[in-house]
Design a binder for this molecule. Structure first.
Ligand code: IMP
Length: 425
């Protein structure tokens, strides 16, 4: 395994949590590199079922170091709650928070929601968790970092200045409800008390672990098509969710990475607005949504549903430099007479075999499908490739041919053991 990146290949919610929980058994460090509590990584194992938003998915294994890296943004209230749940369930991993990670302040959450409302029909459909405004402040150098919690008096001066400006925007631009300084200050006091023991220089931990030749998983959040640079801009999140984000988001040299594996569902989903070439509606969509439980782990919003998009998958393979594919939720397709794979797009009479990120093109293309005969046989909970029926194997092999990458791991259910390892990663 040495240093392996596990990245979402689609629009997020591919089931990365379950896969990382499985792989972390043989890992020493699991490090999250981007995003915030817009993510919801569900894991289900002998300790119970957990929807992790910030803490990496190795936390259920003893002797694992679970790092929240510098590329993330952290809502301390959410993290404290998550840590309390983890402590209550006695999950044995340890947690480290990068001092360089930025804080999602209460005014970021307010501004995220007000900006979305202001955009009206052009809203991005954000999770409303303050992620965009927190990253915007980071880039404009107005951000507050987790390490600032270690110097509360200086931090309060910074917050005072920020709050003065943000309150003006909240009140004068959006006619919104301003935020009380004292409320923020008392939150800061409780953040300091509860989080300071976890705050550290995480680059040092990771690089020591690399030098000691330990096994390390770099945990992606969201998916490649939501990446701020390479996704379907402007309908994206505000960080680099692709594999490349792990280098800056954790402070690792590119030469150290051993392998990159992309997690893809056997179909597609998307939450929020933005182009979605293979989207389906009506009965088929409803059925998949219901069987697969496709509702946001963070917001509970129903996810949009579509067939597997191999054009987008090939693009994702390129921008992430994928070595292999991890295919999840295969069992959801057990019930269909016919399954579709999108193999190309048609745009204004021309066939496109690449993924155009120009939103104006992407929103007008027609998917060209290859139809695959359904297998109508249960693959649920299967744990070996031999047990899969021939038709489902054909679907898997066809995906491998079209994307030109091996599918080495297949997930057949939410539980850790419902996993087929065809080739060790
Ligand atoms: P934000 O990250 O909350 O700013 O939202 C920007 C876009 O990314 C919206 O379309 C969200 O629905 C989407 N998004 C953010 N996080 C996730 C995720 O973990 N899974 C799926 N979609 C997400």
């Amino acid at each position: 395994m040495p240093i392996t990146i596990i990245v979402g290949g689609q629009w997020g919610d591919e089931g990365k949590g379950k896969i990382i929980d499985h792989l972390a058994q043989s890992a020493n460090v699991i490090a999250r590199y981007s995003g915030g509590n817009n993510a919801g990584h569900t894991i289900e194992n002998e300790h119970g079922k957990f929807a992790l938003h910030l803490v990496p998915c190795g936390i259920s294994w003893p002797n694992t170091k679970n790092i929240i890296g510098s590329g993330t943004v952290i809502d301390p209230n959410v993290l404290i709650q998550e840590i309390e749940e983890i402590e209550k369930a006695k999950l044995p991993g340890t947690i480290y928070i990068s001092e360089k990670a930025h804080i999602v302040m209460p005014y970021h959450i307010t501004l995220d929601q007000l900006e979305e409302k202001f955009r009206g029909n052009d809203a991005v459909g954000t999770t409303g968790r303050g992620i965009g405004p927190a990253y915007a402040d980071k880039i404009s150098r107005n951000g507050i970092r987790i390490g600032d919690l270690l110097h509360p008096e200086e931090l309060k001066k910074k917050v005072k200045l920020n709050l003065e400006l943000k309150n003006k925007i909240i009140e004068k631009v959006y006619n919104g409800q301003t935020i009380e300084e004292n409320t923020v200050f008392s939150s800061i006091n409780s953040w300091v008390t509860k989080l300071q023991k976890y705050i550290t220089n995480t680059e040092e931990i990771i690089n020591k672990s690399i030098n000691d030749k330990e096994n390390i998983i770099l945990e992606g959040a969201q998916g490649a098509l939501l990446d701020i640079d390479h996704g379907t801009y402007p309908y994206v999140t505000s960080s680099n969710s692709i594999a490349g984000g792990s280098l800056t988001g954790l402070g690792i040299g590119s030469k150290k990475i051993s392998k990159v594996h992309g997690v893809f569902k056997a179909f597609c989903t998307r939450v929020g607005e933005g182009p979605f070439p293979t989207e389906i509606f009506g009965e088929d969509a409803e059925r998949i949504r219901k069987i697969a439980g496709e509702f946001g782990a963070t917001t509970g919003r129903p996810r949009r549903i579509g067939w597997f998009d191999a054009v987008a998958a090939r693009y994702s393979a390129n921008i992430n430099g994928l070595d292999s594919i991890i295919l999840t939720k295969l069992d959801i397709l057990d019930h269909w007479d016919e399954i579709k794979i999108c193999v190309a797009y048609e745009f204004e009479g021309k066939i496109l075999s690449y993924f155009p990120t120009d939103e104006k093109v992407l929103s007008k293309i027609n998917p060209i499908y290859e139809n695959i005969e359904g297998w109508k046989d249960s693959t649920f909970n299967l744990d070996s490739f031999e047990k899969i029926n021939t038709k489902a194997k054909k679907f898997i092999n066809r995906l491998e041919e079209i994307i030109e990458l091996p599918i080495n791991v297949i997930s057949t259910g939410p539980k850790r053991e419902s996993t087929i390892i065809r080739k060790k990663l």
